[in-house]
Design a binder for this molecule. Structure first.
Ligand code: SF4
Ligand code: NI
Ligand code: CU1
Length: 706
């Protein structure tokens, strides 16, 4: 057994704890023990302490007791068990040291360093983590032998879609090599030294926010981390006692550590691998993360890390659409014998035939055929175009249909990227991601202006036909809803019921998506649910749905109502785009979106609200939901629908403006859009009420909500 390593960890934990003690005493002397303590934009104050010890520690005066208790856990006999406990004590010490950087609303982190990662970022990553767009999380600590080596490790991770969290000099090494880091690139440069704890409090919050694990359920939390959080540590460069102690803390949570140093290994837990390419592979094996990489013949890197990449006008070689030139994209199902699999055709000039900075016309036409393909799946596939093009480094895509807008960067162009490569990407991804419904794919890229004008009309007729079909698709018009249990990998008992008029709460899974996904993977997370007898027509409750829910929630839930938030509402996993909450004083509801960090009239910020509705439990009066659910005809229909909305943040309101106006007209609610208050009116019920009264908000005259 690796006595040396365990001994080092125990010594390291003593050093860390003493250091925390000194800083804590100083802080108490300087600021007073009643000074509030906690990270910004989180519902969990200090997540490591909160989740593992259960204590809420509102002031710095509460911290010494916690530290002392964990210090007392340190045992000197160098066994693996003791080393892990020492590791845990080190995590507490690090959390305290970092917490002190946020005292009095301060935040001592400056870009590029992130320090604490907010709840909003965590929740946003919920879906990509469960659908395996992000198959795992790597925490790199230390410094690679050279900055080129740092890039090697980084790229190995990036091309597999791994979320990369970085601590110490690796950050400067990557920046020096021109790598782009930040939330948009799925590469989090936390900072130095104890900043590593922000990787741990990120992981632990997954258990609190999605897993519904109560604070202080230490064993449950450790089990959750070991089983559900696919994280591992790459420890680069020389190890000292404190680092070893911290890494033992990671091992305590179930995350294996691979180091480039020669060490006495702890089998399967602490492993040496000096080769940087093999290191990543080794870590994935240890954590049992399986990834299929699709080889796409394009001259740039491809992966979800580039989805958030923006390309400024100065950096672009060419753009398409965005009202600068006509552009559209269309996926069509056509007969098998009319599709030549793998054929990519460019009609019109390539992008090397135009001057840099040009706006070119573009039509992207993807023809697919497959024995199990259905016309209903066309829009499902078409929406993927946005992601697939965005995944290429140096390519940028927004919107869809005939309002899409794309850019290709000068950099990508210089590396040899051409319009033809859009075809390579779409061909490879459609074939690999949808094997069950797509047998053949051909892609036509039109840059010839006259032809784009001609084909855009074909596309528009298609869009119109689809919209008509969608409008006719109501909860009543189908016998089958679909489940989504994708998020059960994080929220074990959560079940989304996806109906034609209600999108999954993450905003990413519509009824058609779920239907297509079921065809693709019949044993997957989207199962058909025969509605069965309707027992509550107004509230939206069906026998078949209840039966399904009971089994899928592992007997934790008996019934669900689709059209009310007051009684057995849908549960929430944690990755909701919005949260709705009742405002009894206004006889209505408020909605807050994940991006809004400010206070809301129910007295809670998004993060605090989110902390109380997640984890797969029903919380009457509160509910997570997708943005577009607001525009559904079934939006809390049993509670009075759209007219109940009295407050939402300006950004969300703007985003839904057209839809709300249209729906309000349908409902005969005059001037309704302007009656909804936002943060510019107020963020407390006292500030908001007068406006509602003044404008004659319909909710005030409706039957009592409760
Ligand atoms: Fe998760 Fe529900 Fe979205 Fe499925 S629909 S991914 S379960 S939030
Ligand atoms: Ni989720
Ligand atoms: Cu979710």
């Amino acid at each position: 057994m690796s006595r040396e390593l365990c001994k080092a960890a125990i010594e390291g934990s003593i050093i860390a704890a003493s250091y925390a003690e000194i800083l804590l005493n100083q802080a108490i002397r300087r600021h007073g023990e009643d000074t509030p303590v906690g990270y910004p934009d989180t519902a969990y104050r200090l997540p490591v302490i909160r989740s593992l010890s259960g204590e809420d520690t509102p002031t710095i005066g509460d911290l010494p007791a916690v530290l002392n208790r964990f210090k007392a856990n340190i045992r000197h006999e160098p066994t693996l068990e003791n080393a892990k406990l020492a590791g845990e004590a080190t995590l507490f010490a690090a959390e305290i040291i970092e917490a002190l950087k946020y005292i009095n609303g301060r935040n001592s982190y400056r870009a590029p360093y992130m320090g604490f990662v907010s709840d909003a970022v965590l929740r946003k990553l919920g879906v990509p983590l469960v659908d395996d767009t992000i198959p795992g999380v790597a925490v790199i600590i230390g410094k690679a032998r050279t900055s080129k080596d740092a890039v090697t490790v980084f790229k190995e991770l990036q091309k597999r879609g791994i979320l990369v969290i970085m601590v110490n000099d690796i950050i400067e090494q990557l920046l020096e090599e021109g790598m782009r880091l930040g939330v948009d690139y799925m590469a989090f440069p936390l900072g130095h030294f104890t900043a590593a704890i922000h990787a741990v409090n990120f992981a632990l919050r997954a258990g609190l926010a999605f897993g519904g694990i109560a604070p202080g359920k230490r064993e449950e939390m450790l089990k959750y981390q070991a089983e559900r959080v696919d994280a591992f540590v790459l420890a680069l460069g020389e190890l000292d006692e404190v680092r070893i102690a911290a890494e033992l803390g990671a091992i305590h949570l179930g995350f294996p550590v691979v180091t480039d140093q020669e060490v006495e290994e702890i089998p399967d837990l602490f492993v040496a691998e000096p080769d940087y390419v093999k290191m990543v592979q080794r870590a994935l094996e240890l954590r049992n993360i399986k990834i299929k990489i699709v080889d796409i013949p394009i001259p740039v890197t491809f992966g979800p890390a580039f989805e958030g990449e923006r390309i400024r006008k100065e950096d672009m070689h060419v753009e398409f659409g965005g009202q600068r030139s006509p552009a559209f994209e269309l996926v069509r199902m056509i007969p098998m014998d009319e599709v030549e699999d793998g054929k990519i055709t460019v009609i019109g000039p390539e992008i090397d035939e135009v001057a840099a900075g040009t706006a070119m016309p573009l039509g992207i036409m993807v023809d697919v055929a497959g024995r199990k393909m259905q016309e209903d799946f066309e829009p499902v596939l078409e929406r993927r175009i946005h992601y697939f093009i965005n995944y290429a480094e140096g390519c940028w895509h927004i919107a869809q249909r005939d309002i899409c807008w794309m850019r290709i960067s000068r950099d990508a162009f210089a590396k040899g990227f051409r319009i033809r490569h859009f075809g390579e990407i779409l061909y490879a991804k459609f074939k690999s991601d949808f094997p069950a419904i797509v047998d053949r794919v051909q892609v036509t890229l039109i840059t010839d202006e006259a032809q784009v004008h001609e084909q855009i009309e074909v596309a528009r007729r298609k869009y119109a036909a689809r919209d008509a079909r969608l409008a006719g698709l109501t909860d009543e018009s189908v016998d089958t809803f679909y489940s989504c249990t994708l998020c059960q990998s994080f929220a074990p008992n959560h079940v989304c019921i996806v109906a034609p008029e209600r999108i999954g709460l993450c905003g990413a899974v519509s009824w058609l998506d779920a239907k297509a996904s079921y065809e693709i993977t019949p044993t997957g997370p989207n199962q058909p649910i025969a509605k069965g007898e309707c027992i509550e027509p107004v509230k939206g409750q069906w026998v078949g749905v209840n039966e399904f829910l009971k089994v899928a929630s592992h007997n934790t839930l008996e019934a669900v109502n689709l059209y009310t938030l007051l009684e057995n509402p849908m549960t929430s996993c944690g990755c909701f785009e919005c949260i709705m909450a009742i405002l009894p004083e206004a006889n209505g509801v408020m909605i807050v979106n994940r991006e809004f960090g400010g206070m809301t009239p129910c007295g809670m910020k998004f993060s605090t609200l989110a902390g109380s509705v997640g984890g797969g439990v029903q919380t009457p009066g509160f509910m997570g939901h997708g943005r577009s659910y607001v525009l559904s005809r079934k939006f809390i229909a049993a509670d009075g629908g759209l007219a109940r909305i009295v407050w939402m943040p300006q950004e969300l309101k703007e985003f839904l403006k057209e839809g709300i106006t249209r729906r309000a007209e349908e409902l005969g609610l005059e001037g309704f859009y302007d009656k909804i208050a936002d943060e510019t009116v107020g963020t407390t019920i006292e500030e908001v009420l007068p406006l509602l009264e003044e404008k004659g908000h319909p909710a005030l005259a409706m039957p009592p909500l409760m």
